[in-house]
Design a protein around this ligand. Structure first.
Ligand code: HEC
Length: 188
């Protein structure tokens, strides 16, 4: 019996035509059009708002989400033992790093010892070292973010006889100073 030797025409070989039909070209075309469109949009954006960098913004916010997530993981919430004390003292939208400069500007250091704040060696009021672990602010307000901020903004409203003056502290500044003060735990 005669056996065909040409593999292309060998009836025993399964026939697999290469995938070059109109369907595959159509997909390639759609991808090319979408890619070009995206590039054009990015260029228009760059020309219209030269100072703007949507990619950097997206990366920055993704990074923020990542930091929040890792901070949350660090609280050990998954194993069921979150540090409730530390979580309770977190102040939303605060920037603790602004605290020391604000406290220099408000002159807090003339009356208080405050670790990490330049020139803060005053002895009129109590040292603020370890304030995060204090149960009461000035012995009268529960030590919570709201209580501490309220004290910083209006000490005489809470304690009319107190020697600590109302310094016209804004809510935003109180938030940042309180956030810094809450970094001062027992170890400070
Ligand atoms: C003129 C002095 C003076 C200045 C300025 C001053 N404080 Fe005070 N502060 C005091 C005194 C006195 C107390 C104690 C008040 C009391 O117990 O009634 C006090 C109490 C406090 C407490 C509560 C401490 C505790 O252990 O309960 C905090 C917190 C505090 N001050 C933060 C600040 C910050 C922040 C500033 C600056 C924005 C500031 N103080 C400015 C005199 C001052």
């Amino acid at each position: 019996m005669l056996v065909p030797t040409d593999p292309i025409h060998d009836p025993r070989q399964p026939h697999h035509p290469p995938d070059t039909g109109p369907g595959s070209w159509g997909k390639t075309l759609i991808l090319a059009v979408l890619g070009t469109g995206a590039a054009v949009l990015v260029s228009i954006w760059a020309l219209a708002w030269p100072g703007d960098d949507p990619l950097a913004d997206a990366v920055a916010s993704a990074h923020e989400v990542y930091l929040t997530y890792t901070a949350w993981l660090a609280t050990d919430a998954i194993s069921g033992t979150p540090d409730w004390q530390a979580l309770a003292l977190q102040i939303p939208q605060s920037d603790a790093s602004r605290g020391p400069a604000l406290m220099v500007a408000y002159g807090c250091g003339s009356c208080h010892v405050i670790p990490g704040v330049t020139g803060a060696v005053g002895t009129v009021g109590p040292s603020l070292a370890g304030i995060a672990d204090r149960a009461y602010i000035a012995g009268i307000i529960g030590n919570t973010p709201g209580g501490l901020m309220g004290w910083l903004m209006n000490p005489t409203v809470h304690s009319p006889q107190t020697a600590m003056p109302d310094l016209g502290v804004s809510e935003g500044d109180a938030r940042d100073m309180a956030a810094y003060l809450y970094t001062l735990g027992e170890a400070s």
